[in-house]
Design a protein around this ligand. Structure first.
Ligand code: FA5
Length: 350
């Protein structure tokens, strides 16, 4: 039995040295340490041993288990470090201290990301809508199921004009107008509503590495018969993998917005620190990028659409944060700084 145990130790050691994915590590853990694993199978035969042999073999088995566990943990750490290095190497170089290339004009990084998103959504049949930056209280809040004095307004304090209008706090402010514009084609001709509307938003808030008082969002809505959350996840994942040209880790968690039910927060793994935690992701490893959900029946009703017959999803992508992740920009304030040294480095594919 001793020889069998040593063989397992050796086989596990060799296998772990050659493995280079998390899946292989998990397979190794199950194969050697799992309930139906090789080590457990041997331990089950211990009943047949003499009273003298049992503690010796038991001790050796425990030693080997601890040894394999430690090797798996070491290898997992190594794979994680390699992944972080790979993510960092994939990010384009961005250096705020480089001298500006004043000979050649360049697009702002947010414009580049916005155009890329527009291209992707257009190719999936979405129209691109433009909408005013000055909106009414009804558009920005009431038509989104946020009546006066609703606590959800506290999160979005903004700049009010003397005539009662305001600088829009969210691109969702255009939702009502989009439903009214396309509802007839939906109801009479069965044409689904598929629209995105990028735009500048304003909020009266303290700035830090990931918050600005002026930033960009891109709203998207789709309304038709039988639209579900799976449609929403499909479009979001397609867009993100196109933007980053690789698979991006996302997580969906419950989120509350009065104009969706159910509502979610879609976060992406922070590409600045590889998920380790840094000021850009408030040390969480995740960046809140795209709240979304199924459009609330009341919001559809206010847009002239019968929620008994039609359903839809809506999302509010943080375009500025997407640009930060794509170009490895650590501080959101660099984007509005007008600093040519940093901005002229973006030429990309335009
Ligand atoms: C909203 O603005 C909702 N309108 C989004 C929405 C649309 C939800 C449709 C459901 C359906 P929120 O306040 O979380 O949600 O902002 C959305 C995104 O905008 C955030 O995830 C973030 O990426 C970006 N954002 C918000 N505030 C700021 C800020 N101060 N600076 C930079 N980006 C911001």
């Amino acid at each position: 039995m001793k020889t069998q145990l040593e063989k397992i130790r050796q086989a596990a050691k060799e296998a772990l040295e050659s493995f280079d994915t998390k899946e292989q590590l998990e397979e190794a853990r199950i194969k050697y340490l799992g309930k139906k694993g090789e080590l457990t199978a041997i331990l089950k035969q211990m009943g047949g041993l003499s009273a003298e042999e049992r503690p010796v073999i038991g001790q050796l088995a425990n030693e080997i288990r601890a040894d394999i566990e430690q090797k798996i943990a070491e290898k997992a750490e190594l794979l994680k470090q390699n992944e972080i290095k790979r993510e960092i190497n994939l990010m384009p170089d961005f250096d705020v201290s480089l001298p500006p290339d004043l000979e050649r004009g360049s697009y702002h990084p947010i414009t580049l990301v916005q155009r890329q998103c527009e291209r992707i959504f257009k190719s999936m049949g979405f129209t691109v809508e433009d909408y005013s930056e000055v909106v009414t209280d009804y558009e920005c809040f009431e038509a989104l199921n946020i009546p006066k004095h609703h606590p959800a307004r506290d999160m979005q304090d903004t700049y009010y004009l003397d005539n009662g209008q305001l600088l829009k706090t969210q691109t969702s402010a255009a939702q009502n107008a989009i439903y009214l514009k396309y509802k007839d084609a939906l109801i009479n001709d069965g044409v689904p509503i598929k629209a995105i509307f990028p735009g500048r938003c304003f909020r009266n808030e303290a700035t830090d590495a990931c918050h600005e008082n002026t930033f960009f969002q891109m709203e998207g809505v789709m309304v038709d018969k039988n639209i579900s959350i799976s449609n929403l996840i499909y479009f979001m994942k397609t867009m993100l993998s196109e933007v980053f040209q690789r698979d991006i880790k996302v997580r969906l968690r419950p989120g509350f917005f009065p104009f969706v039910e159910p509502g979610f927060e879609l976060d992406i793994n922070c590409l600045i620190c590889g998920g380790e935690g840094c000021p850009s992701c408030k040390h969480s490893g995740w960046l809140e990028l795209c709240p979304c959900g199924m459009i609330h029946p009341e919001v559809l009703r206010m847009g002239g659409i019968d929620p008994e017959e039609y359903t839809g999803f809506a999302f509010g992508l943080g375009l500025t944060r997407l640009a930060m992740m794509k170009y490895g920009i650590k501080d959101i304030r660099d984007l509005n700084s007008g600093n040519l040294k940093s901005l002229s480095q973006f030429t990309d594919d335009e």
